[in-house]
Design a protein around this ligand. Structure first.
Ligand SMILES: [Zn+2]
Length: 86
């Protein structure tokens, strides 16, 4: 915790970017004959851009989730050796 990547605001932002990317990737899907639905060659520049954006934010979101679960996760198990009978 303590970093911007671990904040709820960042997670919402990253998820929003991923949702946007999914919309644009659907718009710029292959229509067939190696053409994008926008009429350019597939994959078009827009598709490549949103693929990179999605990958970027998905990775950051994954790291943020890991940080969040580490902060709220279970405490370390007791690593003390069992007490010896004396
Ligand atoms: Zn396109």
């Amino acid at each position: 915790m303590g970093t911007i990547y671990g904040s709820d605001a960042f997670r919402r932002h990253a998820q929003w970017q991923i949702d946007c990317a999914d919309v644009f990737l659907a718009v710029h899907a292959e229509a067939g004959l190696s053409l994008c639905r926008c009429g350019r060659l597939h994959p078009c520049d827009e598709r490549l851009y949103w693929l990179r954006m999605r990958e970027h934010y998905a990775r950051l979101l994954d790291e943020a989730v890991q940080q969040g679960s580490a902060a709220t996760g279970q405490p370390e198990p007791d690593r003390q050796p069992p007490s010896q009978p004396s």
